[in-house]
Each structure stands twice: as structure tokens, then as C-alpha cells.
Design a protein around this ligand. Structure first.
Ligand code: G3P
Length: 218
């Protein structure tokens, strides 16, 4: 499974990349706002800065909600860097735009997906990736991982090539459960990636090895 980091914070992207397990980045307008980025030019510059940090797909979201605007914005975003994947919301015009981008060789990530029906539409339009928000599904008292499982089954039934990108990850167990049910990618906050390392028995075992090594050396 590929690991993406879900942030627009350059320091966190750098830290995750240095761990050697990072395959890409996802951003969204909320994450850009969190970094205090102001103005369209600054947003575009920030995407380029992210692309220069990571050798992998970087999702950059369109703001328009109608077909023509999405296509214009997406073309501009895609021209910024070869790593850019245009993130498009799951709405009617979004699906039309994804179809257009697919036919014109621009990679897409269909975002704000909360049902298997929506994921099916994204795959039919040729989306490169689909982003089911599993944490927000859990928050609504449904089962986010079960949604991933359902999408996996449907995509495998018809051999759809759209990659399932599990988003809105809240913890390391989400990542492990997504891997169990066959998500292609998990996009995670840095904290969830880092917590994958943790196990108390690793800490206890290492402390004992180091203590015993001291005995070996008198
Ligand atoms: O990639 C989508 C993700 O950023 C949404 O996460 O935590 O806002 O539900 P969250």
C-alpha cells in the first residue's frame, strides 16, 4: 500500500519524506488555509514547493464547481508540475470534468466520496484516484473501512484501474485496516504515520538489548 501525507505543511512533508516511506501528498483548501496561505498566486507557489519536496503525486484541488471553471483551473494546476494530480469534488460537473481530464491525459483525484455509488461514478469517468473519507464516515456512525471494502469489491469485479485512496484517516489502526481490505493508498496526517512505528515491546526489547550490550563491553 502506498502512503501519502495529508497536509500542506512543508516541514511535516519533509519529515515524512525523510522517513523513506512517503509516496505522495494530498492537500485540500482547508489544509492550505491552515498554513495561512493567502491569494491564488501564493497557493500555486505552495503547490510547486510541495512538488519539489516529494517525488510522487501531489493532489491540488479545484475551487470551481462548474465544468468550464474546473477544466480551466485543472489545466493551470496540471501545468505547474508533472507531479500534480487535479483534485475534483464528487458532483455532476466534477464527474464531467474528470472525464474531460482523463481524455486529455490529466490525472485526477475524485474527492469528497462517501458512498460506493459515488466511487463507481468516479471510476466510470476514469478518475486516477478516488478518495473515500473514512474518518468522516465513522464520525457519522457508519463504517468507513467497510466502505473501502465495498469499493474494492466493485472495482475488482469490473477491473477498474482507479486507485482507492483512503482519506480522512484518524489513526494507525485505520491505516492497518485499510491495508487489510486492499486500499491502494492511505493519505494520513503525520501523527498516524509516525504512530505506526510504536509498540511498547519494541521499546522494552531495545532497552534490554542496549543494557546487555553494556555488559558485553564491561
Ligand atoms: O484528504 C481529505 C482529508 O483531508 C479529510 O480529512 O480529517 O478533515 O476528515 P478530515
Amino acid at each position: 500500500m502506498k502512503f501519502f501525507i495529508d497536509t500542506a505543511n512543508l516541514a511535516q512533508i519533509k519529515e515524512a519524506n525523510e522517513l523513506g516511506v512517503l509516496d505522495g501528498v494530498t492537500t485540500n483548501p482547508s489544509l492550505m488555509a491552515k498554513e495561512g496561505i493567502k491569494g491564488d498566486a501564493a497557493v500555486l507557489e505552495h503547490y510547486v514547493a510541495i512538488c519539489n519536496l516529494v517525488n510522487g503525486p501531489v493532489s491540488a484541488e479545484v475551487i470551481s464547481t462548474e465544468f468550464k471553471g474546473m477544466v480551466e483551473e485543472g489545466k493551470k494546476l496540471a501545468a505547474l508540475h508533472k507531479n500534480i494530480v487535479v483534485k475534483v469534488p464528487m458532483i455532476k460537473d466534477g464527474i464531467k470534468a474528470i472525464k474531460w481530464f482523463t481524455e486529455n491525459g490529466i490525472k485526477t483525484n475524485c474527492t469528497l466520496v462517501f458512498s460506493a455509488a459515488q466511487a463507481l461514478l468516479a471510476a466510470k469517468a476514469g478518475a486516477t484516484m478516488v478518495s473515500p473519507f473514512i474518518g468522516r464516515v465513522d464520525d457519522s456512525n457508519w463504517d468507513g473501512v467497510q466502505l473501502i471494502e465495498q469499493i474494492r469489491l466493485i472495482y475488482d469485479n469490473y477491473d477498474y484501474k482507479t486507485e482507492i485512496l483512503a482519506a480522512s484517516i484518524r489513526n494507525s489502526m485505520h491505516i492497518v485496516r485499510c491495508a487489510e481490505v486492499g486500499a491502494d493508498i492511505a493519505t494520513c496526517p503525520l501523527s498516524s504515520i509516525v504512530s505506526l512505528f510504536s509498540h511498547p515491546l519494541t521499546d522494552i526489547g531495545l532497552a534490554k538489548f542496549l543494557e546487555d550490550h553494556k555488559k558485553v563491553n564491561g
